[in-house]
Ligand binder design. Structure first.
Ligand SMILES: *Cc1c(COP(=O)(O)O)cnc(C)c1O
Length: 363
């Protein structure tokens, strides 16, 4: 009806059509206000209602306990690489990092500027083709906190269980798998995620923080970089990313109407099984990653063990067939299909059908 393509972009990624339709319907006159959400004061009662819908929606969908704040910030997940240590690092207590790919590498660079850290585990020597097993992670009980990326968007690996860090807060960059399955938020000290993969549009970053941890910060932090500022003002210290927050409210309502995270996980597993099944079916396609570590969100694969010319053909022919953004990240090459929450099973089926036809032609 809309001539939409199947969009496998790693981010910003596909959004649910019902959310886009609702935003369209409400675009020029939001609930009788006579204006769009983009045009209204963030201090208006109407917008305060939208903010509450987004926050309460996240709380219901993720079952977030009351002792956690849900913040809608700016600066992307990337700013959290700095903000987390600026607020949570305690001098003399190095941060433990579980290093699993490009995004933990970027976090490490920022950590190095403001904190001490050590690697509690790293799979760099194996080219990040897996995440560490829980028994390989060497945790320091005296760490300020533990940092990990729950899903490695570029490498295509994902933690399918989390280490027990005891009294040491666990901080997770969940940018690319938040809301893809139920998780126990109480096991984490802080969760952050740029919205543009599984939550909403670019420009808003969700931070879920156990409120007592915000009290670790000294008094010298810039106001905007201090979590207490945003907790105290309920993300309204300054103008928040109002449009992004509105779309998040709609995405949460869509998630609830489709059965919440239990149903979402089931669909995500189904989609991933279909795609990995096609990759594993013959020797023509291959996934470089260890089976136990494979991501359900970002499926990385190669054609004929990394035949770059054939992979280029794959991308070109897929694009012509309306299957978009399948080129792997420039740092790893190959192909990558991001199959976030809003990617319909039909999209994955279309990709699998295309793969079979492509193999028939060139295999
Ligand atoms: C995309 C991504 C980021 C960076 O997000 P920005 O919002 O662009 O800063 C960080 N971590 C992970 C795991 C990501 O997938």
């Amino acid at each position: 009806m809309y001539n939409r393509v199947y969009n496998f972009s790693a981010g910003p990624g596909v959004l649910p059509v019902p959310v886009l339709e609702r935003a369209r319907d409400e675009m020029l006159n939001f609930e009788g206000s006579g204006m769009s959400v983009m045009e209204m004061s963030h201090r208006s009662a109407v917008f305060e209602g939208i903010l509450a819908r987004a926050e309460n929606g996240m709380r219901r969908v993720m079952n977030i306990p009351d002792e956690y704040a849900v913040l809608f910030l700016q600066g992307g997940a990337s700013l959290q690489f700095s903000m987390v240590p600026m607020n949570l690092y305690q001098p003399g207590k190095p941060v433990d990092v579980i290093h699993t790919g490009s995004w933990t590498k970027k976090a490490i660079v920022e950590l190095g500027k403001v904190a001490e850290y050590r690697l509690a585990a790293s799979t760099e020597s194996e080219k990040f083709r897996r995440v560490p097993r829980l028994d390989e992670i060497d945790l320091n009980p005296n760490a300020s906190y533990v940092h990990l990326a729950s899903n490695n968007t570029i490498a295509g690996t994902e933690f399918h269980g989390f280490p027990d860090t005891g009294d040491v807060p666990l901080v997770a960059d969940m940018s690319s798998d938040i809301l893809s399955k139920p998780i126990d938020v109480s096991k984490f000290g802080l969760i952050f995620a740029g919205a543009q993969k599984n939550i909403g549009p670019a420009g808003v970053t969700v931070v879920i923080i156990r409120k007592d941890l915000a009290e670790r910060a000294g008094d010298s932090l810039p106001t905007m970089l201090d979590y207490r500022t945003h907790i105290g003002k309920n993300s309204m210290f300054n103008t928040p990313p109002t449009w992004g927050i509105y779309i998040i409210a709609l995405v949460m309502e869509w998630l609830e109407s489709t059965g919440g995270l239990v149903a979402m996980e089931k669909r995500n597993k189904e989609k991933a099984a279909l795609l990995y099944g096609a990759i594993d079916a013959t020797g023509f396609y291959s996934c470089p990653n260890e089976r136990e570590s494979r991501s359900l969100m970002n499926v990385v694969f190669r054609v004929r063990d990394g035949d770059a010319a054939l992979e280029e053909k794959f991308v070109a022919e897929a694009t012509a067939a309306g299957l978009m953004n399948l080129k792997g990240h420039r740092s790893v090459g190959g192909l990558r299909a991001s199959i976030y929450n809003a990617q319909p099973l039909d999209g994955v089926q279309a990709l699998v059908d295309f793969m079979a036809a492509f193999e028939k032609k060139y295999g």
